[in-house]
Design a protein around this ligand. Structure first.
Ligand code: NDP
Ligand code: 1BO
Length: 316
């Protein structure tokens, strides 16, 4: 399995398991299946509501000697309602408690968006969403770096950050994020962002690599293009005796990004990991490069308020 290195020499496997939308009850099973199949990298988040279930599965695997904690790379994410400096470490400790871990390998600021501290669930009124100036990103970031100093996390990063927001954060902080997790797939190739991250030694993780078709309907555009049914992806898959999902996953890895396909189906969990064996040719990569259409599966205005706040999070 290809892996990527942080500046201190720690590594992260190129293919990890996504866990958004894996219901409590199925998330733990998916994580067990994945680890038994050979995954060593799991992507979690407090807002996914399944960290407790995943924690129980991990504890069981450790107790039964199937895997050791230090063999795994576990990521989680700080939710938008815990951005205040005094809320960050308590939120992280809740995640650690749920996952039943002493430390995280990577902690990400989930979105450059601030909600009313203490808000549980989705914002219900305008007052639940705060202008970012009220709790600046730098305040949240400083608290995340404190968590790193305390040994609660090994690496700190961000998610859904544009080049503009990364640049602001880098200029204002003693330490740059080590990771940016963003939506990336053939319809949204983000060349400019990748180049920016590479030049600042920021690793990139590709989310929704298969088109996130199990998203809630409210997050879907009326007529969105399907990645898994794209004719070019299917032709390349047929040529290699692979599946379209495997082509999409391997494309991400061959572009030097980390990728975290979500599945709660045992066969697809294995199939996705097996994409590591596939080798796409230069011609395949060239054909896929031509598919870019700047299309986002996650709406740009996911957190927009009536007054127009957070109209477009991706401001680059
Ligand atoms: P994906 O693009 O990974 O797609 C998941 C969907 O693809 C599910 O419906 C899944 O179904 C299906 N699927 C999985 N494997 C295959 C396969 N081999 N063939 C056909 N269908 C398949 O979507 P996500 O949006 O979940 O993204 C992946 C992960 O990225 C998330 O789970 C989360 O961990 C992370 N993420 C992070 C975000 C952020 O803001 N930082 C935002 C979005 C995602 P089934 O489960 O039935 O197999
Ligand atoms: C609001 C969607 C978050 C997925 O990571």
């Amino acid at each position: 399995m290809k892996s990527f290195s942080f500046k201190n020499g720690d590594t992260i496997d190129a293919i990890g398991l996504g866990t958004w939308k894996s219901d409590p009850g199925e998330a733990g099973k998916a994580v067990k299946e994945a680890i038994r199949a050979g995954y060593r990298h799991i992507d979690c988040a407090a807002i996914y509501g399944n960290e407790d279930d995943i924690g129980r599965a991990l504890s069981r695997l450790f107790e039964d000697g199937e895997v050791k904690r230090e063999e795994l790379f576990i990521t989680s994410k700080l939710w938008n309602s815990a951005h205040k400096k005094n809320d960050v470490i308590p939120a992280l400790k809740k995640t650690l408690d749920d996952l039943k871990l002493d430390y995280l390998d990577l902690y990400l600021m989930h979105w450059p968006v601030a909600f009313r501290p203490g808000l549980t669930g989705a914002p219900k009124s305008e007052k639940d969403v705060l202008p970012i100036e009220e709790i600046p990103i730098t305040e949240t970031w400083e608290a995340m770096l404190q968590a790193k100093k305390q040994g609660l996390i090994k690496h700190a990063g961000v998610s859904n950050f544009s080049t503009v927001k990364l640049d602001e954060l880098i200029k204002a902080s003693p330490e740059a994020p080590e990771m940016n997790q963003v939506e990336l797939h053939p319809y949204l190739q983000q060349e400019k962002l990748l180049k920016f991250c590479k030049s600042h030694d920021i690793l990139v993780t590709a989310y929704s690599p298969l088109g996130s078709r199990d998203r809630p309907d409210g997050m879907k555009a009326k007529e969105e293009p399907s990645l898994l049914e794209n004719p070019v992806i299917n032709e390349i898959a047929d040529k290699h005796g692979a599946t379209p999902a495997q082509v999409l996953i391997k494309w991400a890895v061959q572009r030097d990004t980390i990728v975290i396909p979500k599945s709660s189906n045992p066969d697809r969990i294995r199939q996705n990991l097996e994409s590591a064996k596939l080798q796409l040719s230069e011609e395949d990569m060239k054909r896929i490069r031509a598919l870019d259409q700047h299309f986002r599966y996650l709406p740009t205005n996911l957190f927009r308020t009536k007054s127009g706040m957070y109209e477009n999070i991706f401001d680059d």
